[in-house]
Design a protein around this ligand. Structure first.
Ligand SMILES: [Zn+2]
Ligand SMILES: [Zn+2]
Length: 259
């Protein structure tokens, strides 16, 4: 049994073939998927999928890679998070790779998300790229650890993982862990405590080996689990069981609620 803790099933590449994607999930025994929102504009699409499919859940957040959207308020997030299938706040965080110039608004937006998460007591889905120090500092300053969450699509060093774990966060690995040049990341994947480990696709992006360059989809999370199992000397069933347990606990999801 496997769970995809982070996908974008509502993005056009997948939205036009949702039924096929859900069929591959069944085939690969992927029982649940969390569809993550990146803007308030895309949120209704996320919510519609979560309402339509019992084993699909959603989140609400405005991603740091979107500079030209209206300022998001705590109220905007809280109103949308007040829904039984919306289980997290995010994705949010900092991305200094895509956006180099003025990034004050990114930090402000990130703080807003952490405050909203603390108010509604839902966990955070955090994206960080070339911004690890600031990400960890803001998490600490805003006491993100009170609700916890996940550092998604993790690509940072063990030191960053350690600091996030110390703040009570989980670490989620994507198909990047299967990439040829990702030896340092595989080392991190061997060291994260099993009870804090999640797996994800971040589909439609980042298809794992041997599908690299193709459209990714939730069913392919199996290949992420297989690589982590190989690295840790575990079976894929053991990695699947542990990461799924972590998913249900973190996002407060009842295990039996699937199709
Ligand atoms: Zn992300
Ligand atoms: Zn994402």
């Amino acid at each position: 049994m496997l769970v995809d803790s982070h996908c974008h099933l509502n993005f056009p590449e997948l939205a036009e073939r949702v039924d096929e994607a859900l069929a591959l999930m069944r085939e690969n025994r992927v029982t649940h998927a969390l569809c993550v929102s990146v803007t308030l504009e895309d949120f209704p699409g996320v919510r519609a999928l979560a309402e339509r499919y019992p084993h699909v859940y959603g989140s609400v957040g405005v991603h740091p890679d979107y500079p030209d959207v209206p300022v998001v308020t705590e109220k905007d997030l809280l109103e949308r998070a007040d829904h039984p299938k919306i289980v997290a706040i995010g994705e949010t965080g900092l991305d200094y790779f895509r956006i180099k110039s003025d990034t004050d608004w990114q930090r402000e937006r990130f703080r807003t998300h952490i405050r909203a998460a603390r108010r509604c007591r839902k966990p955070l889905i955090i994206h960080t790229r070339e911004a690890a120090a600031d990400t960890l500092r803001l998490m600490d300053e805003e006491r993100a650890g009170e609700v916890g969450g996940v550092m998604h699509c993790f690509t940072e060093s063990w030191d960053v993982a350690r600091a996030a774990l110390d703040q009570g966060f989980h670490i989620s690995f994507s198909g990047i862990v299967t990439f040829k040049n990702a030896e340092a990341l595989r080392d991190v994947a061997r060291r994260v405590p099993l009870e804090r480990l999640l797996i994800e696709t971040d589909s439609p992006y980042l298809a794992p080996v041997p599908f690299r360059g193709k459209t990714n989809e939730p069913g392919l999370v199996r290949y992420v689990a297989e690589e982590i199992a190989r690295q840790r000397g575990l079976t894929v069933e053991e990695v699947g069981a542990a990461s799924s347990e972590n998913f249900f606990r973190l996002f407060n999801i009842r295990k039996d609620a699937h199709a």
